[in-house]
Design a protein around this ligand. Structure first.
Ligand SMILES: Cc1cc2nc3c(=O)[nH]c(=O)nc-3n(C[C@H](O)[C@H](O)[C@H](O)COP(=O)(O)OP(=O)(O)OC[C@H]3O[C@@H](n4cnc5c(N)ncnc54)[C@H](O)[C@@H]3O)c2cc1C
Length: 202
C-alpha cells in the first residue's frame, strides 16, 4: 500500500519547504526514524515559474523563478525520504485517521497527515470538508484560501501552507509557512517543541 507519514499536495515553494524541513530530521531522533514524505504536484502551475526574484533575502538578485524551483526540487530529492509524484489531486477523504488521496489519473495514496499547498488560484479538491473563502492577502480579487486556525492548522492532521493558507504572495512567506507547518507536525510527533538546526562541521 502507498502509505506515507505526510502527503503534501502542491510542489511549489510552500510544499517543497514543508517536505525539506520534515525530511531534514532524518533519523536523528526516535520520533523521526523511518518517516516518508510524498509531494503530489500538478507541475507547471507554480506561481514561482512566472517570477524573477529581486527582493528575497539571501537569493541573488535576478534569479529566475523557474530555475530556483528546479533547484529546490533537486534539493528535496537529495533526501532519501521524499518522493515527488506528478499528478493533479481531485479528491481526498479522511477515514479512521487516514487520508486517502486520489489523482485525476486514478492513483490513490494514503497518508496519516495531509498538507495542502496548492496556491491560491482555485481549490477544487473534493471530499475534505474544508471551508474555502476569499483570500485575505491576495493582491487581486478572485483568489481563494482554506480557512484555518490562524496557525495553518485546519483540523487535527490537516494543514495548509503558502498562498492557499492566506500568506502574502511572496516567496519567503510561502517557504516560511511550509517550514512552520513542518515544525508543528514534528512537534506533535515528538511531544515537545521541535526545530531542526545544523551547525558547521568545523
Ligand atoms: C508574476 C509573478 C511574479 C512574482 N514575483 C515575486 C517576487 O519578485 N518576489 C517574491 O517574493 N515573490 C514573487 N512572486 C510570488 C511567489 O511566486 C509565490 O508567493 C509563491 O510561488 C507561492 O508559493 P505556493 O507554494 O504557495 O504556491 P504555488 O507556487 O502557486 O505552488 C502551488 C503548487 O501546487 C500545485 N497544485 C495546485 N493544485 C493542485 C492539485 N489539485 N494537485 C496537485 N498539485 C496542485 C501547482 O501545480 C503548483 O505547483 C511572484 C508571483 C508571480 C505570479
Amino acid at each position: 500500500m502507498n502509505r506515507y507519514d505526510v502527503i503534501i499536495v502542491g510542489g511549489g515553494p510552500a510544499g517543497l519547504s514543508c517536505a525539506i524541513t520534515l525530511a531534514s530530521a532524518n533519523d536523528r531522533f526516535d520520533w523521526s526514524k523511518n518517516r516518508n514524505y510524498l509531494i503530489i504536484d500538478n507541475s507547471g502551475a507554480s506561481d514561482l515559474l512566472k517570477a524573477e526574484l529581486n527582493n528575497v533575502a539571501g537569493i541573488p538578485k535576478g534569479t529566475v523563478g523557474a530555475n530556483l524551483l528546479k533547484e529546490i526540487k533537486n534539493q528535496a530529492l537529495e533526501f532519501g525520504n521524499i518522493e515527488i509524484k506528478e499528478g493533479r489531486v481531485i479528491e481526498a477523504v479522511e477515514e479512521n485517521g487516514l487520508f486517502s488521496v486520489k489523482t485525476e489519473s486514478g492513483e490513490i495514496y494514503n497518508g496519516d497527515v495531509l498538507v495542502l499547498a496548492t496556491g491560491f488560484h482555485e481549490f477544487s479538491i473534493k471530499g475534505l470538508n474544508v471551508e474555502v473563502v476569499d483570500n485575505i492577502r491576495a493582491p487581486r480579487p478572485g483568489k481563494v484560501m482554506v480557512k484555518h486556525d490562524g496557525n495553518f492548522k485546519v483540523r487535527e492532521n490537516l494543514w495548509v501552507a503558502g498562498n492557499i493558507a492566506g500568506c502574502s504572495t511572496m516567496f519567503a512567506s510561502a517557504i516560511g509557512s511550509g517550514a512552520q507547518v513542518a515544525c508543528d507536525i514534528m512537534s506533535k510527533w515528538a511531544g515537545k517543541n521541535v526545530v531542526i538546526h545544523d551547525v558547521p562541521s568545523k
